[in-house]
Design a binder for this molecule. Structure first.
Ligand code: ZN
Ligand code: ZN
Length: 282
């Protein structure tokens, strides 16, 4: 299983001089299981991944004019930092390319409605149905296990305003957990603990430091905002025997992230702060 990061930021894209090292695009991760391509979340990083896929066979075939690529996109939820890349995902504009979109009902509005909503006038001029690719929507429910050829994907509901889904991708005896956007509970979150136990790696929502999350008093913290901390990621990884912790959904500058990564590695050696272009083989 090859995991590649195309967007690692949370909440909003942040291009600029203070985010060059880790990158400024929002959540998008590519997981290659053999020839199958599974994408988790469609933040602005999805646009860049799309450009790369076009060089990898998702462009139209010279003879038929049709694309022959196939991807599965798993959405954690429909907050805009996880969907804004969709209208700019090049392979979806090519007839013949198959784009299977997986997600869940968000605040009782179904997957198709919420995702197509961002491409409706007056917000955006090109509807998802005009993009040209063969786009299918598959609604998931808690506990669902789906097969994408030899990879299996399990969905779990996580704690986040409006809800979000975490995923476990298992392939050739390796397993990857995606837990983002996610806010921990006080004490151990038994549900995520059981879900992630013994996995090879976890991509974890580490938007805040513990200091920021709890604040100096009741009014200055970020509790209830739907995100977790790198310290809680370590707690979970140690307790659940997760082999590698990948800090993700960043909310800090390069300089601060370097300090966070260093501090985290001191406590849990096998930690890495995700950056755009990072490739990990599990
Ligand atoms: Zn987010
Ligand atoms: Zn969110």
């Amino acid at each position: 299983m090859l995991v590649k990061f195309w967007g690692v930021r949370g909440s909003i894209p942040v291009p600029g001089s203070s985010t060059i090292k880790f990158g400024g695009n929002t959540s998008c991760v590519e997981v290659r299981c053999g020839r199958d391509i599974i994408i988790i979340d469609g933040g602005t990083g999805l646009r860049v991944l799309g450009l790369d896929l076009m060089k990898r066979g998702f462009c139209p075939d010279l003879k038929s004019g049709m694309g022959r690529g196939k991807v599965s996109i798993l959405f954690s939820h429909m907050h805009w930092d996880h969907i804004q890349g969709v209208p700019f995902f090049g392979p979806a504009f090519i007839k013949g390319n198959m784009i299977n979109i997986y997600g869940f009902k968000h605040l009782n509005v179904d997957l198709q409605q919420t995702l197509t909503g961002q491409q409706k006038l007056p917000n955006y001029p090109v509807s998802i149905y005009e993009m040209g690719g063969d786009i299918k929507f598959i609604e998931l429910h808690e506990g669902d296990v789906i097969k994408i050829n030899r990879a299996s994907v399990t969905a779990v509901r996580l704690n986040h305003p409006g809800g979000s889904f975490g995923y476990k991708i298992s392939y050739k005896r390796k397993s990857l957990i995606y837990a983002c956007d996610y806010e921990h509970f006080d004490g151990m979150d038994r549900k995520l603990f059981d879900f992630a136990k013994g996995s090879d790696a976890i991509i974890y929502d580490a938007q805040y430091t513990s200091e920021e999350y709890y604040g100096s008093d009741r009014n200055s913290g970020r509790q209830g905002w739907g995100h977790s901390t790198w310290e809680k990621g370590i707690e979970l990884s140690e307790a659940a025997g997760i082999k590698k912790l990948i800090l993700f959904h960043h909310g800090h500058s390069d300089e601060d992230l370097e300090k966070i990564e260093k501090a985290a590695k001191r406590r849990f050696k096998n930690t890495i702060a995700a950056y755009e272009g990072l490739e990990l083989r599990l």
